[in-house]
Design a protein around this ligand. Structure first.
Ligand code: IMP
Length: 180
């Protein structure tokens, strides 16, 4: 496996996630919050984010497939695991790992809207504006990054690297530009 170079170190990630958690805690005082986690890429971000948020929230999970093992979007989004409970009348916070083209998150937002939540907001650890095809407002954003393929802190390349505590970029050993 290639050794990723550090893009954003673990301490910086943790500090930013704590800030987002505090903002969410302020905004959702007195609200019945349901956090919807998009599997698998956002599982580590979501785990840290909810622990940085001292609210009586509930959790649910969407499993989606938008990439397979490739590193470029197909634009085809498939729900592989649907929510276990209704979100009707709930204040929903959708938690994504990265908004790249925006196709996946737009599909999930459209899907959630048909289920009549009281409100719907989006948290994303990362945003790659250079790749946007469908612009989607991100209410709680961790970091804006360049057009590089990132791994770690839940994000994978061919299902590997998810357990890295930092965000890294894969750089081929021949010194060519990072995978994308
Ligand atoms: P989008 O539909 O193009 O916005 O892509 C969304 C999904 O693609 C994300 O939830 C990730 O699972 C995956 N993805 C996009 N860019 C990256 C990356 O740089 N590293 C790892 N996964 C990525």
């Amino acid at each position: 496996m290639l050794e990723p170079s550090v893009l954003i170190d673990a301490e910086t990630v943790q500090a930013r996630v704590r800030e987002l958690g505090a903002a969410i805690e302020r905004d959702y005082q007195d609200k019945d919050l349901t956090v919807v986690v998009v599997l698998a890429g956002s599982f580590i971000f979501a785990a840290d984010l909810v622990r940085a948020t001292a609210l009586p929230l509930t959790l649910d999970f969407f499993g989606v497939r938008s990439y397979g093992d490739e590193t470029s979007s197909t634009g085809v989004v498939q729900i592989t695991h649907d929510l276990a409970r209704s979100v009707e009348g709930k204040h929903v916070l959708l938690v994504e790992d990265i908004v790249d083209t925006g196709l996946t998150v737009k599909f999930l937002i459209d899907t959630l809207r048909t289920r009549a939540p009281a409100s719907l907001k989006l948290a994303s650890l990362l945003h790659k504006p250079a790749r946007t095809r469908l612009p989607v407002p991100i209410d709680y954003l961790g970091f804006t990054i360049e057009d590089v393929f990132v791994v770690g802190y839940g994000l994978d390349c061919a299902q590997r690297y998810r357990n890295l505590p930092y965000l890294g970029v894969l750089t081929p050993s021949d010194g060519s530009s990072p995978l994308r």
